[in-house]
Design a protein around this ligand. Sequence first.
Ligand SMILES: [Zn+2]
Ligand SMILES: [Zn+2]
Length: 206
Amino acid sequence: MFPSLIATPEDPVLAVVAWVGLFAAGLVYANLAEWLVHRYVMHGEAWLRLRWVWHRLNGDLPETARSFSQWRFGEMGKAIPWREANTNIRRHMAHHGAAKNNGYVDADFARPASERRHQRYETRNTLALAFGHFPLAWLIHPAFFVAIVVDFAYVVYLHKRSHLDPAWAQTHLAWHVDHHMGAEPDANFCFTWPLWDILLGTRRKG
Ligand SMILES: [Zn+2]
Ligand SMILES: [Zn+2]
């Protein structure tokens, strides 16, 4: 049998209970990983705030970019051509700009993955992050690792589908619509379900 820190019980009923329980635990962990990566990797660079202060001191911010958030998620996204969006955070801001200025639609998702502009590496990076957790199949349990891969693959599917179909997104992924179109873009970081946003106080409706 597959050796892992948490051994699967011999009894078949208990084995199923163990798989289901550890799979659920993996989903809860993956949901926290969604929150952490989105919050700290995609949204978290301090130098952007310094740049905004610099623009503010120079008085060259447009009327529509009075707050840091407005500048970062609206004006800056609009201003960055895709070929300049060469870091994860800039690509993500370009994604926010596209969605914010186009009624939540980001047409970049309509291209084949290899021809996408700012969304080009999302599938690759997300799946790499998921499969990078493979030691947990031994350190914890295979069910835990499988749940992480399933969760992150679901993130890739949900993100693409939602940004091509805003009406569907409003019904199935309202927290991500709030993330892009709501008053507070530095909130609603979870993708698959808003568990950790609720627990950590970053769920904002509307
Ligand atoms: Zn975001
Ligand atoms: Zn999005």
